[in-house]
Design a protein around this ligand. Structure first.
Ligand code: PLP
Length: 396
């Protein structure tokens, strides 16, 4: 039976993985706004490439590393419980670079049906053009997963909680199925929970991918992504990042590092408001269904209770009045604002059919299982009761 491991403590997030002293002796690692780094002599140059240089955070050329970025990566590795972590210019840069580093033509990728649309499109459409086959399976359906696995399956990409239905597959069981195929690796995107809620590497994943744009940075003001895992796999991704140039900018790295300092406190509020809103919506006369793993009615309630330390602030629900009802709620809220994304201080709301899945049209959405009346609320850091009251008043 899979069990929870302790969540990273606020002390470890604030303290670990960072240099004890930084240039200028300030507390935060400063923004080193530099693309090229020079060496005093060739001896120093050689020591840098041999990995024996005294300053492990120094750089050579900005596309390969930068002191501010490297320091953030140390903290991300510690947060994920990983040997190493890499940062990227966005969550999608992290995901696509990781996938491209690990698959080749003739291989096969399996991914979850309810998952981030751009990841799915990248695998099914873009990779398909390069001779990589793919199969989409129901999150957590182990029989479907086992049936989808082929000798040439190289990657299984899972998400937990998924977006927008907050499915939380038993990823330890998923990892066991994946390990039965020689050479297959499990990548998990647990952005919706943040590493506070779920650390994929502790549950059998080979690589953990995060959109740092969301909870890690936490302020709706910067894009970023990360990949964490064992040294041998991460080094393949690092190699490709140097070629694709999907590097994080030092100013963005500074903002994400600052976000990490308050991650633990912020997640407490996001988690609590998500639960309160889900409970308030369940059974509401205007609401057909609420999707949140804290609810006993959710198919993955038990798994989430066993494996997660909170599933974040995203809650989705279906208006009984369909798309018109979803639009009305979004137009009537006073605190929440209509917008994509989640993980920042301001609560966001979206009619899913008109935001994340607009281009698909009603038939395309039905084929993907996206209900027309679906509303997604990304609870922010306002007072919990204010967010709940805002949505309830809009539904009244
Ligand atoms: N993964 C998940 C679960 C997401 O929700 C998102 C963005 O919404 C991404 C990845 C992509 O991240 P980014 O927008 O930072 O590229």
């Amino acid at each position: 039976m899979p069990t929870k491991r302790p969540a990273p403590s606020s002390t470890s997030i604030v303290q670990e993985g960072r240099p004890r002293f930084v240039p200028g002796d300030g507390v935060p690692v400063p923004i080193v706004q530099t693309s090229t780094f020079v060496f005093r002599d060739t001896t120093e140059l050689v020591s840098f490439f041999e990995g024996t240089h005294a300053d492990e955070h120094r750089g050579e050329y900005g596309r390969y590393g930068n002191p501010t970025v490297n320091a953030l990566e140390g903290r991300l590795a510690s947060l994920e419980g990983a040997d190493e972590a890499l940062s990227f210019s966005s969550g999608m840069a992290a995901m696509t670079t990781t996938i491209l580093a690990l698959v080749k033509a003739g291989q096969h990728v399996v991914l979850f049906r309810d998952g981030y649309r751009k990841t799915r499109d990248f695998v099914t459409k873009t990779l398909g053009r390069f001779g990589v086959a793919s199969t989409v399976v129901e999150p957590g359906n182990l029989h479907e997963l086992a049936a989808a696995m082929r000798p040439e399956t190289r990657l299984v990409i899972g998400e937990a909680p998924t977006n927008p239905y907050l499915r939380c597959a038993d990823l330890e069981a998923v990892a066991r199925v994946v390990k039965q195929t020689r050479g297959a690796k499990l990548i998990v995107d647990a952005t919706l929970a943040s590493p506070l809620g779920f650390r994929p590497l502790e549950h059998g994943a080979d690589l953990s991918v995060q959109s740092a744009t969301k909870y890690l940075a936490g302020h709706h003001d910067v894009l970023g992504g990360s990949v964490a895992g064992a040294r041998d796999l991460v080094s393949l991704v690092r190699e490709l990042r140097g070629a694709t140039g999907a590097m994080l900018d030092p100013h963005a790295a500074f903002l994400i590092a600052r976000g990490l300092d308050t991650l633990s406190l912020r997640m407490q509020r996001h988690n609590a408001t998500g639960i309160a809103l889900a409970r308030a919506l369940e059974g509401h006369p205007a609401v057909a269904r609420v999707h949140h793993p804290s609810l006993v009615s959710h198919p993955d309630h038990g798994t989430a209770e066993r494996l997660f330390h909170g599933t974040g602030g995203v809650v989705s629900f279906v208006s009984k009045a369909g798309l018109a009802g979803a639009r009305e709620v979004c137009d009537r809220v006073k605190i929440a604002r209509i917008g994509p994304s989640f993980g920042g201080p301001q609560t966001l709301i979206e009619p899913v059919a008109l935001m994340s899945y607009f281009e698909q049209g009603p038939e395309g959405r039905a084929a993907l299982g996206i209900e027309e009346g679906l509303v997604r609320v990304a609870c922010g850091l306002e007072e919990t009761q204010d967010v709940v009251d805002d949505v309830l008043a809009a539904l009244a």
